[in-house]
Ligand binder design. Structure first.
Ligand SMILES: [Zn+2]
Length: 177
């Protein structure tokens, strides 16, 4: 595995164990060149859909791309790497559990935007401006206006007529005992 510091490909595994949720094998490695230690995860790949790019090409899902894109957007913003990785994990998990064999790169982008919108407005706008490449400045301004409105409305979680909870059965007057 290529060392993230020096690029050497020789390393030794110093620890190998099942990840917390048992969905991956976590390996702690040490670069034989520069002694940097890093972690790799081995996961099941087949269940992940292919990603269809804008030009129609298919490529394997790569959670690192989600992390890289988000990190760029979150540069100097108060968003931790842990949070970014948690988003990548949840998107990956969702795709893994879903029935789709293919998913568009736009869909993944939208999912990332959904998450960023709730985390950090600046990171969201940065990501959206690169990702969605707003058609014109009007659209961009509308988005930013909506965003500042969103911040204020954030405390009210669901609209009154939002999705109904489970119908409240069993609260009728006849007790069962
Ligand atoms: Zn190294």
């Amino acid at each position: 595995m290529k060392c993230p510091r020096c690029g050497a490909v020789d390393d030794r595994v110093i620890d190998s164990r099942l990840a917390k949720d048992s969905s991956a094998i976590r390996r702690r490695r040490e670069c034989l060149g520069c002694k940097k230690r890093f972690t790799t995860y081995e996961r099941i790949e087949e269940s992940l859909p292919f990603v269809i790019k804008k030009d129609g090409r298919r490529e394997a899902f790569d959670r690192r791309k989600i992390i890289e894109g988000m990190r760029r957007a979150c540069e100097k913003r108060p968003v931790s790497v842990d949070r970014i990785e948690a988003v990548a994990d949840s998107i990956e998990q969702e795709l893994m559990e879903g029935p789709e064999k293919e998913v568009s790169v736009q869909y993944i982008g939208e999912r990332i935007m959904d998450e960023l919108r709730q985390m950090d407005a600046v990171a969201y706008v940065r990501f959206a401006s690169v990702y969605r490449s707003f058609r014109d400045i009007e659209e961009f301004i509308t988005e930013i206006k909506e965003l500042s409105g969103l911040k204020e409305a954030r405390t009210e979680r669901l609209p009154e007529n939002g999705p109904p909870d489970e119908n409240r059965q069993g609260i009728q007057d006849s007790p069962c005992s």
